[in-house]
Design a protein around this ligand. Sequence first.
Ligand code: COA
Length: 296
Amino acid sequence: MESPFKAEILKGKVALVTGGGSGIGYEISLELGKHGASVAIMGRRKHVVDSAVHALRSHGIPAIGIEGDVRKEEDAARTVESTFKHFGRLDILVNSAAGNFLAAAEDLSPNGFRTVIDIDSVGTFIMCREALKYLKKGGPGKDPSIGGTIINITAVIHYPATWNQIHASAAKAAVDSITRSLALEWGEDHGILVNGIAPGAIGDTAGVTKLAPQEIVNQLKQKPLYKFGEKWDIAMAALYLASDAGKFVNGTILIVDGGQWLSKPRLMSREEVKKLSRREETRSRVAPAGLPNSKL
Ligand code: COA
């Protein structure tokens, strides 16, 4: 889909996107780049990072790739420094790297729980911490009065409880908390805006492939009122937050899931609800033996 934003809203800006080699992270990198930003992507798998850089460059986007693991402080420091050395500044950090898999709580080892906390929560904190000196107002290459922007990709799984994802739910709850704490402290002290984006189920991503096996996806697709989002939806939210459009937005978590987190998916149409409700109401008025009849 075509972006509703002007093509140069991020002209001259430099973005670093963790997990930028694939899925939502790649789509965000692509849209930031298409709107004028130079982009550095970080990922653990060299071949994935390399092919993403190749694809970004084919769109005319100045892009570099850095192999690294957000859990390792030395990788985070090297990535942030390489980005600065290559592009001369850093304006936008997107923490999109994450790990998840399905496991019932009683089958999950402490190390499985810890691994996801380490990638999502500790990794997000490590990246923010390493990027601070370049993102803060007056930092190297920065305007003395305007700081940069951090966008943390979170999820909606921890707003209600979600089956088989105790590890990722705990990790993303911590990410949301990190977002708010940094928005408060770094907004005040350094002029940095820190916000989150909480995607719902986004089609064609590792998240959906791993967490909703094909049999479940096929069932959901038959329900006309249940929709998957697109990576593009998340990238547009990132553009809003990264551009001047979001310059007064700080400490918010922008939920991008079509409102599905508010409830379970709507599996019946209004007409079906009317029919079912009337049928059940009629049935309920015929009181079982021994119970008084309704006065209604
Ligand atoms: N069910 C239960 N436990 C699992 C598991 C699964 N499907 N997959 C991994 N684990 C456990 C491992 O058994 C191990 O615990 P143990 O030492 O007690 O046995 C622990 O998690 C760490 O696994 P390991 O494979 O060593 O971790 P890793 O760092 O190589 O990989 C993951 C991290 C597991 C999160 C991996 O899925 C990953 O790299 N994911 C990134 C991409 C992704 O998940 N994207 C979706 C985002 S929504």
